[in-house]
Design a protein around this ligand. Structure first.
Ligand code: ZN
Ligand code: ZN
Length: 167
């Protein structure tokens, strides 16, 4: 297996994983329901994101598209990412400026993430109590929330078990 790292475009052209296949099927169904167009490029960008063990930046995605033989330019990738964000199919992790696939794209949620500092893998939490607590706190202060993503940096159980990964 490949070693997960924050920027790895290498093995993304291989067959999509079960996760990726399920995510693509979900995305297609959702877009159809909403009358949104999941174009070939948007679909491929989503597939690239899901095929990576760690979240990807726009330029890594662009590299994979170019490996595909597509005429990719940064604005094209950003437009595709904007579409996927607007449809709730992916999340953007602002602290790293990378994108990760959403596991429950049908539901409205802002996203809470555990980000491993060592391997870069991310797990999405889905605890509505956290959203409710934050909403109560912001409401109490009369603060209008425009974006709310909780990012928690740490070390995942796998990396904790591997003392050699220490830097
Ligand atoms: Zn999500
Ligand atoms: Zn880790």
């Amino acid at each position: 297996m490949m070693e997960p790292s924050m920027r790895q475009a290498g093995d993304l052209s291989c067959a999509p994983s079960i996760d990726a296949q399920q995510a693509l099927a979900r995305a297609e169904a959702l877009c159809q329901q909403r009358g949104a167009r999941l174009t070939d490029l948007r679909r491929r960008v989503l597939e690239i994101i899901w095929s990576s063990a760690t979240p990807l930046g726009a330029y890594t995605i662009l590299d994979v598209l170019r490996d595909d033989g597509r005429q990719g330019a940064p604005p094209t990738v950003y437009r595709a990412l904007d579409f996927l964000l607007a449809q709730g199919l992916i999340h953007r992790l602002a602290s790293l400026n990378v994108f990760t696939g959403c596991r429950r794209p049908g539901s409205h949620h802002s996203g809470q993430f555990l980000i491993c500092r060592d391997c870069g893998r991310v797990s999405e939490l889905s605890n509505p109590a956290i959203d409710e607590l934050l909403r109560a706190e912001t409401d109490a202060r009369g603060f209008e929330v425009l974006a709310q993503i909780v990012e928690i940096l740490g070390r995942c159980p796998d990396c904790l078990e591997e003392p050699t990964r220490h830097d």
